[in-house]
Design a protein around this ligand. Structure first.
Ligand code: F0G
Length: 500
């Protein structure tokens, strides 16, 4: 049965727009959905991060928040909740996930070292590379087949992990649960356990990037026989027990608008992180959050691990994936929980990677129905030269439809599927896009593009290299973040090398 296990007490109007208006908005945004304003979007599936709806109980908890600078009871309530889930003794709030990454990696990694992961999320990669280190993804083989229904395609490749650790120079291993960059696929407890054993045998710290730990726990309870029938909370505890600590954005499974955490076993490492926390985020009992945030988080972590809530959310995601499949829109299988990923590369064969096919599909979803999604393809993950021409394509051209928690109803999802079905009917007519401006780091967030004419497409990319180089352009995949950010050479140690 598909039914949202909550009812709605507070509503926000959606501004309805028509296609001519949206065409103007999109052109003014430089054909980059990140540049749109919220009121120009009808259904916002850009991210599930910080976009959830608070419950009445969370609002009430927020009213009980204590804003004392040091030693607030809100912190102790937050800490008790995280400790109950993770069993880690050292727990620090931070304002969001990337702050946790910056503090932990900055404390742990030395320039030239390698960070291994099933897949680093984009900010995780950025925080590794900013330290002059290399972020290397080693997903399991099954992850490569987006049509396969293997239940744990988020797993890390254990043989490669072992080989890397034997070879040396690895500073940390970080397991992303669920694997956001890899199609939102879960990681099995068996894989986490084995990866942890390999790391321990080589004396390398093993952490979870636990942004979607509850959704991972739900999928484990559904698909890993050893854990069948156990509550998501019990599974989550098992998962955390297998690692040396975690960094997490709590804007996802904590169902809050802002918040994150670093939680660690090792007292020495925790003490060093605490110094960086106080210097950069705030005192250890608030870490950049207000007391009311911490109380809403403590309550959100209870609600986010509730089985009825997770069952309803997983069913809604599967429903959207099913509707899309019925409409002939190919999606990454099996659907995870936080998002459905459309395989745009498969339906736009007339657009080569150079013309960013997944970006084209995402743009058309907006123009057609006001639905905002995000490209996870060559625009986000490929390499481009100083003319904005693609030099290395991403392995896949995907469009992510991320589902905010408790925000959209079944009829909203049906509208999204209808919009995608309309796009599919005209898929042969969709234009490609080319970059006209690109920032130095994290290109996809702020770049500007323009549609590419048919005549241009039929003539291929000849002539593109004659264009002026893009203003201020530095390809992060070639030159490294450290270089791009402050113009200095990468820090001492092994120079940055591209991820192969
Ligand atoms: N790790 C993962 C797996 C994430 O998905 C994110 C954020 C972060 C770390 C960083 O956390 O945003 O709180 O600083 N993901 C969002 C997304 C932005 O849209 O997937 P943050």
């Amino acid at each position: 049965m598909l039914m949202e296990p909550y009812r709605i007490k507070v509503v926000e109007p959606i501004t309805l727009t028509d296609r001519p208006e949206r065409e103007k908005f999109m052109a003014a945004a430089g054909y980059n959905p990140f540049n749109l304003r919220a009121e120009q979007v009808m259904i916002d599936l850009l991210t599930d991060s910080g976009t959830g709806a608070l419950s009445a109980a969370q609002q009430a908890a927020g009213m009980g928040g204590d804003e004392t600078y040091a030693g607030s009871p809100s912190f102790y309530r937050f800490r008790a909740e995280v400790e109950d889930l993770t069993s880690y003794p050292h727990i620090f709030p931070v304002h969001q996930g990337r702050a946790a990454e910056r503090i932990l990696f900055g404390t742990l990694l030395r320039p030239g070292q390698i960070s291994l992961s099933n897949t680093h999320f984009d900010t995780t990669r950025a925080n590794v590379e900013l330290l002059g280190c290399e972020a290397r993804d080693i997903p399991c083989e099954e992850a490569g087949d987006i049509r396969s229904d293997h239940p744990f395609k988020g797993n890390i490749d254990l043989a490669q992990l072992e080989a890397f650790l034997r070879w040396g120079n690895v500073g940390q291993v970080i397991m992303t649960v669920t694997n956001n960059g890899g199609g939102g696929q879960p990681v099995s407890i068996d894989n986490i356990r084995r990866a942890g054993e390999i790391c321990r045998a080589h004396g390398i710290p093993f952490f979870l990037d636990a942004a979607r730990f509850a959704e991972n726990a739900w999928l484990v309870s559904q698909n890993e026989p050893e854990f069948a029938g156990l509550s998501p909370r019990t599974v989550a505890r098992e998962m955390f027990a297998l690692a040396d600590g975690c960094v997490a954005s709590l804007k996802k499974d904590g169902i809050v608008h802002m918040g994150g955490v670093i939680a660690l076993r090792d007292a020495g490492l925790a003490a060093r992180c605490e110094q960086a926390l106080i210097a950069g985020e705030g005192f250890s009992t608030y870490g950049g959050l207000s007391g009311r945030d911490l109380d809403m988080l403590a309550q959100g972590l209870r609600e986010g691990t509730d089985a009825a809530y997770l069952r309803g959310r997983a069913a809604a995601t599967a429903h959207l994936a099913g509707l899309l499949t019925d409409a002939g829109v190919p999606v990454v299988r099996p659907p995870g929980v936080h998002a459905v990923y459309i395989d745009a590369g498969a339906v736009l064969p007339h657009l080569p990677a150079e013309l960013f096919p997944a970006h084209s599909f995402a743009t058309e979803l907006y123009l057609e129905g006001g639905v905002r999604a995000v490209e996870i393809g060559s625009l986000m993950c490929g390499s481009v030269d100083e003319h904005g021409v693609l030099t290395k394509a991403a392995p896949r051209e995907l469009v992510r439809l991320a589902l905010p928690r408790r925000v959209y109803t079944q009829s909203h999802l049906e509208y999204v599927a209808e919009t995608a079905a309309s796009v599919m009917k005209r898929v042969d007519e969709l234009p490609g896009y080319r970059l006209v401006d690109s920032p130095k780091v994290l290109r996809h967030f702020k770049c500007r593009l323009e549609p590419v004419e048919r005549s241009f497409r039929s003539g291929g990319l000849v002539g593109q290299a004659d264009r002026e180089p893009l203003a201020g352009f530095v390809d992060v995949h070639r030159d490294g973040f450290a270089d791009a950010v402050d113009g200095s050479a990468p820090r001492e140690g092994k120079p940055y090398s591209p991820v192969s």
